[in-house]
Design a binder for this molecule. Sequence first.
Ligand code: PGA
Length: 255
Amino acid sequence: MKQFTIVANWKMHFGPTEAVSYTKKLKAKIVDHKSVTVVLAAPSIDLVAIDKPAIRGHLLLGAQDLNAKDEGANTGEISGPMVRQVAEYVIVGHSERRRDQKETDKQIAAKLAAAVRNDLKPILCVGEKLADRTNGHSTAVVVDQVTAALHGVTADDIKDLQIAYEPVWAIGTGEFCPPEHLSPVVDAIRHTVEHLYGEEASSRLSILYGGSVDPDNASAYLAVEGVTGLLVGGASLNAESFGSIVRAAQDEALK
Ligand code: PGA
């Protein structure tokens, strides 16, 4: 039976109060999801507030970013050891941070190393811009991003790695990325990991899709060979629609 991972990326939405009531609503909506690991990538302040007994089994927490250093004079930053006290996963290299915080491939590699050093499961985001796609460079751009981000980590370090393929032009735009666009990129990601770390590491690798995922298109993305989950932004802000995506994944896993 297949096993999927569905990640809610809340971005900068919800304070602790809303986070607690969302989690309660979501739990009521997704009673039986044994084949789906659900990760709430919440703002750091919410990770502390969400009721710990609510978070167990197949419902887990993730942070949206971390600093590459474990401690220091870095006002406003959150480190791996801090995140590890409250969450299991961490998103690294989201395209909004690449764009707005000007995160470079080198910084992203350092953050990924910090995540594994602190026993966090990294969700590495990669994806091409519209111009790359138009020029037919989607795969090349993604392969470069993956290679750069993995610089300095070992096969053992990446045993819990998830790579989220998120075409930048499809994020938050409602722009539908045809599922058939995914296959060559997903294959290229897996081949890159195989080339760097061997077959076992690549067969273990989890590859998520993200970009305007909603309850209507979730199944089509999950049906693409090699896709093992989804990273959901906008549609995760409503517990009802996110719950529907989780249920769609559970159904897809049983097919
Ligand atoms: P979206 O965001 O689902 O709103 O497109 C996805 C993401 O940014 O991870």
